[in-house]
Design a binder for this molecule. Structure first.
Ligand SMILES: NC(=O)C[C@H](N)C(=O)O
Length: 284
């Protein structure tokens, strides 16, 4: 099993080593699986459980003080599953897999996604906020009221970084997945690129892609599909990632990171933020 993971594009972390150790552990979990699908789900589960990453527990807090999770998963045969804006679910990638395997849909949102996930044994009453996260949120003096009443505050404080993603390959099967709490202090109910196929993740039989960065700009440029398209045109994994990021920056002047694993097992990594931690195992 070949697998590559990222822990989100953003600033240089205060303590990179413990985050790197969790990423390496997640790669080990993923590499031990039988299929690329199992590999990306089990690797991202490890990262979703860790409050050091913006996914699952410790994900970005929205304007009403809640964390809502987004995730998407795609296989090289174009099967897709995704969940958006889900309260109480840390294992968002597992929930996305349930949508792919058990429903006729590709994307289900919110409490409805949680209801379906619960039926398939996924915990749906998980506390996703951490004490540190809530403290930082309160320091920003968030206003009471509904989403409209919080909008002025959101326009001032919205931002942040993070997200986790994985791509795995075994033989001619590939899987790509991305999972996040979104960006910090977004308006309650905001959904970014992560659960949208072609934006936060994409996979064809040429290769799989997971991206991270400012979701609104990633959606504008369908960054994952753009990268996968370059692979289809014959670019190498690294060159596809770099070309797609250049185009993204030209179009949006924004920040992102991209990981790629192609059908030959070659990897590509690029980002224009200050840092993006990754880990990989390239043993077939
Ligand atoms: N930093 C991130 O990768 C966040 C994610 N792309 C989002 O906008 O929801």
């Amino acid at each position: 099993m070949e697998i590559i993971l990222h822990g989100g594009a953003g600033g240089v972390p205060d303590e990179p080593e413990p985050r790197q150790a969790v990423l390496d552990d997640a790669v080990e979990h993923g590499a031990a699986q039988e299929t690329p699908l199992d590999a990306v789900v089990s690797a991202l589960c490890v990262l979703e459980e860790s409050p050091m990453f913006n996914a699952g527990v410790g994900g970005a807090i929205q304007s009403d003080g809640q964390v809502r999770t987004d995730a998407g998963i795609m296989l090289s045969d174009l099967e897709i599953g995704a969940v958006a804006s889900v309260p109480g679910v840390s294992e968002a990638t597992r929930a996305a897999r349930v949508i792919m395997e058990e429903t006729p849909h590709v994307l289900v949102r919110g409490e409805f996604a949680a209801e379906v996930a619960a039926g398939f044994g996924i915990d749906t009453n998980v506390t996703l906020t951490t004490e540190d996260g809530l403290e930082e949120f309160e320091e920003l003096d968030p206003p009471d009221g509904d989403a409209f009443e919080q909008l002025e505050w959101v326009n001032e404080v919205f931002g942040g970084a993070g997200t986790v993603g994985a791509v795995a390959r075994s033989g001619d099967e590939l899987a790509a997945a991305t999972s996040t709490g979104g960006l910090s202090y977004a308006i309650a109910g905001r959904v970014g690129d992560v659960p949208q196929a072609g934006s936060g993740f994409y996979c064809t039989d040429a290769g799989g892609v997971s991206v991270t960065g400012t979701g609104e700009d990633i959606i504008r440029t369908t960054l994952s599909q753009r990268t996968a398209g370059l692979l289809e045109d014959g670019e190498s994994a690294q060159s596809a990632a770099e070309t797609a990021l250049e185009e993204f920056v030209d179009l949006t002047d924004s920040t992102a990171g991209i990981i790629v694993l192609d059908a030959d097992g070659d990897t590509g990594i690029t980002f224009n933020s200050d840092a993006m931690q990754t880990s990989q195992s390239t043993e077939e």
